[in-house]
Ligand binder design. Structure first.
Ligand SMILES: Cc1cc2nc3c(=O)[nH]c(=O)nc-3n(C[C@H](O)[C@H](O)[C@H](O)COP(=O)(O)O)c2cc1C
Length: 373
């Protein structure tokens, strides 16, 4: 099968991609103290700059928005300086670089808040499972505090400031994380949102916070530098929705009116990081269900092989394809796909935390690619 279609240039808003192979957000928990990105992070992202689009790991918009140890932030001047090192490395290699911005909401822990205050959420519902504390202990999730209506403008303001900080740090665009069970997704899905104010109840209300964030950031940095990631049917963090298809159909139709850089959809077969080894193109149902509702460019993610990616783009289900675990293991993934070369295997054990091993030491086909930072 020819994979030429993955190497056709693509315009995503203000960004011109030389290929359609996207490195999606991948949390690696290797930032320095204070969530400040460092030289090792710059080397890692610089190695992967041949992606058509390179998207960072989820990055916290505020102190309250953190939820993993050694997760980076974009709310302090030290973090902005740290990210400058990383954006320079990617741009020096000719890449296009997007910052994924997130608030963890109920998927956080009080240890991240200097005053020990509880995590916040749309409603005071305890998520299933264990949180990572700031010192990497695993403890049961706490019952979050429901945000007051009067506090929501400050959440929007934090997202907006984070996007401005991203531009100041040298990023080309931001991706608003509305997927995978974090705060904005907690508002979208009715299993976690039991609010009775203008941000809960019907579909329009549950979408309100996301759209306020999108519109605010679009005003500040330009709509052509804003992407949104969603995971319809995603149940990470114990999320659920009683009416997924009409609900996300509404969200996607609203986003479509806004002429953003792109919409990034995660397929449910891989909405939990890395479970999709037996996936096939026939289970690519979010792209099939929602593509027609979105008039701009769509990136699809979740359990794709290069062959499945070719089929998705050929069928018009997406314009670009993200490869997560493959990009962790293969810094030069586009070159390998183009040449039909074997891929390095992904080592799950080094995914989260640690140092260079399993991070910057996956070999490239050509040594110069791997060592260039
Ligand atoms: C180690 C790891 C970390 C991840 N971190 C994030 C993240 O920070 N933000 C996000 O939106 N998705 C995250 N994901 C999901 C990926 O972006 C992607 O959607 C998922 O891995 C499915 O793609 P794949 O089958 O090609 O790996 C993560 C996945 C993995 C494996």
């Amino acid at each position: 099968m020819s994979n030429d279609i993955l190497f056709k240039p693509l315009k995503l808003g203000a960004l011109n991609l030389p290929n359609r192979i996207v490195m999606p957000a991948l949390t690696r928990m290797r930032a320095g103290p204070g969530g400040v990105p460092n030289a090792l992070n710059a080397e890692y992202y610089g190695q992967r700059a041949s992606a058509g689009l390179n998207i960072t790991e989820a990055t916290a918009i505020s102190v309250q928005g953190h939820g993993y140890p050694q997760m980076p932030g974009i709310h302090s001047s030290e973090q902005i300086e740290g990210w400058r090192l990383v954006t320079s490395a990617v741009h020096a290699q000719g890449g296009r670089f997007v910052l994924q911005i997130v608030h963890h909401g109920r998927w956080s822990h009080s240890s991240y808040n200097p005053d020990g205050s509880l995590p916040v959420a749309p409603s005071a519902i305890t998520p299933p499972g264990n949180a990572y504390t700031i010192t990497s202990e695993q403890v049961p999730y706490e019952t979050p505090r429901a945000l007051e209506t009067s506090e929501l403008p400050s959440i929007v303001a934090d997202f907006r400031q984070a996007a401005k900080n991203a531009r100041a740090a040298g990023f080309d665009a931001v991706e608003i994380h509305g997927a995978n069970g974090f705060l904005l997704d907690q508002f979208l899905q009715d299993g976690s949102n039991k609010r009775e104010d203008a941000y809960g109840g019907n579909i329009e209300n549950r979408t309100r916070l996301l759209l306020e964030v999108v519109d605010g950031i679009a005003d500040d940095i330009g709509r052509d530098r804003v992407g949104v990631r969603l995971s319809p049917h995603g149940n990470l963090g114990g999320l659920s929705d009683s009416d997924t298809v009409p609900h996300f159909g509404y969200v996607i139709s609203e986003l479509s009116k806004r002429d953003l850089a792109y919409l990034h959809l995660i397929e449910p077969r891989a909405s939990s990081a890395g479970i999709a080894d037996d996936a096939s193109i026939d289970s690519a149902d979010n792209a099939t269900l929602f593509r027609h509702l979105y008039h701009g460019p769509v990136i699809t993610a979740g359990g794709y092989t290069p062959e499945m990616g070719v089929v998705a783009v050929e069928r018009g289900l997406a314009d670009a394809v993200a490869f997560g675990r493959m990009f962790i293991a293969n810094p030069d993934l586009p070159e390998r796909i183009r040449a039909g070369m074997p891929l390095n295997a992904f080592d799950r054990s080094t995914s989260y935390g640690g140092g260079a091993h399993g991070y910057t030491d996956y070999p490239a086909l050509r040594a110069t690619t791997a060592s260039a930072a």
